[in-house]
Ligand binder design. Structure first.
Ligand code: PHE
Ligand code: FE
Length: 294
């Protein structure tokens, strides 16, 4: 689940009749069809093959800890027994995108909200709204890592603050460039940990191997100012030096003075490189250019 302010996606303004007051619903695991379990297995096999040498160690460890290679769509009751024990997190099902305050309140209380539907067999490569494969395969393995688990809960609290300050647009960029599309520098090289990348067949190669995108070392203020695209592969990826460092800079920094400071500064365009950037790869942007001509 992501908080992208996509005007075309369907957002209810109050919980639908079949949902609880906190917008959660029963996953109703028994109601998944054979075909739906097969879609999960197909997507899983494809990603699993891609991940060695690409996914962050914490992500690979998470898959193991949570026993996600078991065939079929995971049953949240089973998954939560392990996840809760590991880091205090659980996964709860919701009918679709939920309002920002509801989303943050869940995160702050270590509940990750997941769509409970799965994409159709003809949508393996792309769909607009996050389904259970994106939400569970993409997001949940990292939640088995204590540092990332603490980061996400802190992000929820930060989200509630940002709503009060009117700075959600800035904070959402942090989520986008870490939780969804983050890269991490490990001893053997760059690795992917963002859910939007690890759950995408195409982007898990593109993000690491393609000459097109910029790869820039993570800087909090810079990221909060940077626009992003929701309709195609990213043109920028931000690289964290470690999960400890991500946790440290976000938790130890009071964002209020940062929001105040950047309020007077211009946003940074998607593919722009600024003077203070520590750039690892200057992208050719060839891919983005080829797509904009379509
Ligand atoms: N420290 C941030 C604040 O003051 C909260 C936060 C923590 C945000 C971790 C994101 C991630 O708002
Ligand atoms: Fe997501």
């Amino acid at each position: 689940m992501l908080t992208s302010p996509d005007p075309e996606s369907h957002v209810y303004s109050s919980p639908p009749a079949h949902a609880n007051a906190d917008w959660t619903i029963d996953q109703d695991w028994k109601s998944y069809s054979e075909e739906e379990h097969k879609v999960w297995d197909t997507l899983f096999a494809r990603q699993k093959e891609m991940l060695p040498g690409r996914a962050a160690q914490a992500f690979l460890d998470g898959l193991d800890i949570l026993q996600l290679s078991k065939p079929g769509i995971p049953d949240f009751r089973e998954l939560n027994r392990i996840l809760k024990d590991a880091t205090g997190w659980e996964v709860v099902a919701v009918p679709g995108l939920v309002p920002d305050d509801v989303f943050f309140e869940h995160l702050a209380n270590r509940r990750f909200v997941s769509g409970n539907f799965i994409r159709k067999p003809d949508q393996l490569d792309y769909l607009k709204e996050p389904d259970i494969f994106h939400d569970v395969f993409g997001h949940v393995p990292m939640l088995a890592d204590q540092r990332f688990a603490d980061y996400m809960a802190a992000y929820g609290r930060g989200g509630l603050r940002a709503l009060k300050f009117g700075t959600l647009k800035q904070l959402a960029r942090l989520y986008w460039y870490t939780v969804e599309f983050g890269l991490i520098r490990e001893a053997e090289g760059l690795r992917i940990y963002g859910a939007g990348i690890v759950s995408s067949y195409g982007e898990s190669v593109f993000a690491l191997d393609d000459d097109s995108p910029n790869r820039i070392m993570f800087d909090l203020e810079r990221v909060l100012r940077t626009e992003y695209r929701i309709d195609d592969y990213q043109q920028n990826y931000f690289v964290i030096p470690s999960l400890d460092e991500l946790l440290r800079v976000t938790v130890e920094t009071d964002f209020k003075p940062v929001y105040d400071k950047i309020a007077d500064m211009p946003d940074i365009a998607i593919a722009e490189i600024i003077e203070s950037d520590e750039v690892l790869t200057v992208g050719t942007q060839a891919y983005a250019q080829s797509r904009s001509g379509e």
